[in-house]
Design a protein around this ligand. Structure first.
Ligand SMILES: CC(C)(COP(=O)(O)OP(=O)(O)OC[C@H]1O[C@@H](n2cnc3c(N)ncnc32)[C@H](O)[C@@H]1OP(=O)(O)O)[C@@H](O)C(=O)NCCC(=O)NCCS
Length: 298
């Protein structure tokens, strides 16, 4: 590759992510295909006027790189900003400045903004803390086999049965998800809206079509569900919920077990998930899932 500006930035970006991956994933480097995909994505961000970017170079050395990409999750905007690369160290002042710039760049100002920081980026995490930001949500990573071996699933009870729901269950699943999140003070899903419901239906359509949902039934009613997704060797938990009336009975452990077995069938080695729910975080520690990204509301 010729050392033009974009190529220098892309290389620095990939190097930084691979460095961070070393700490968390079994497969240390991205596959060539995934690497190419990321470069394409990164290039589209660098070339797009609708994303925020700022960088400094000393010769071919990238001393600073910020690319802020707006994405949405359950109707909230997420700014992927885990791309502060400063070879010479970060300062609270410069981070404050970048956050101000990112905020002013967001012309709609209608939804809250989040920025994500890699857990391995300790200087950046310290700075966020010194600026008074508390993490709003977390992305977790674990190894499929390892977590499966640590789950303490309750003994089989005839009352609770694990099933693979069909497309006909979609409204039951969406309503269950809504009830579960509405009852959870620490869930980052927040207030339910028509928009959120539409997004939820869209997700379930895809997951059900791919037969990637596992659910637990009691007396012929779905009382909890978990959805699995994945690319290459990396799986992802798209959602997990248990109906408030049935919480605290180990149902989520049954769901994790069934979901992780599905991941094993798909040959996923590591798996990620996103949460703000205290119960999930507490349990995550017990089963050796680690925090990978900290998401801050800015
Ligand atoms: C999070 C949720 C799925 C847990 O389901 P559950 O079936 O009630 O959980 P389980 O009974 O299987 O318990 C699993 C672990 O969660 C933790 N946990 C469950 N209830 C808890 C409580 N009241 N307080 C603290 N920790 C709790 C515990 O660590 C528990 O394992 P342990 O008892 O061996 O320590 C459920 O509370 C829920 O649907 N919440 C709302 C939706 C949501 O926030 N989903 C998560 C999105 S990432």
């Amino acid at each position: 590759m010729k050392p033009n500006l974009n190529n220098i930035l892309l290389d620095a970006y990939i190097r930084d992510i691979n460095q961070a991956r070393k700490q968390y994933f079994t497969q240390k480097k991205f596959t060539k295909k995934k690497g190419k995909e990321i470069k394409r994505y990164c290039l589209s961000v660098l070339n797009s006027e609708s994303n925020y970017k700022n960088f400094e170079l000393k010769g071919h050395d990238v001393t600073k790189m910020v690319i802020a990409v707006c994405d949405t999750h359950f109707g909230e905007k997420i700014i992927m900003c885990n791309t502060f690369i400063f070879a010479k160290g970060v300062s609270a002042e410069s981070v404050k400045h970048e956050i101000k710039q990112i905020k002013s760049f967001d012309s709609t100002k209608k939804l809250p903004l989040f920025i994500s920081v890699l857990a391995s980026d300790l200087p950046m995490l310290k700075i966020m803390e010194s600026l008074g930001y508390n993490p709003w949500s977390y992305n977790l990573v674990g190894k499929v086999d390892d977590v499966l071996s640590r789950l303490k699933v309750p003994d089989n009870s005839p009352e609770f049965i694990v099933i693979i729901p069909s497309k006909r269950s979609i409204s039951e699943l969406v309503q269950g998800e809504k009830a579960a999140h509405q009852s959870e003070a620490t869930s980052c899903v927040g207030k339910w809206s028509k928009k959120k419901e539409a997004e939820c239906i869209k997700h379930y359509r895809q997951w059900l079509k791919a037969k990637m949902v596992v659910a637990v039934k009691s007396k012929n009613k779905i009382i909890g569900a978990l959805a699995v997704m994945g690319v290459g060797s990396n799986g992802h938990i798209g959602t997990i919920w248990v109906h408030p009336k049935f919480q605290g009975n180990g149902i989520s452990k049954m769901l994790y077990q069934a979901g992780l077995q599905k991941m094993k069938e798909k040959k996923y080695v590591d798996f990620t998930g996103h949460t703000s729910t205290t119960k999930v975080l507490n349990y995550a520690k017990k089963i050796n899932r680690k925090i990978f990204l900290y998401n801050f509301k800015i």
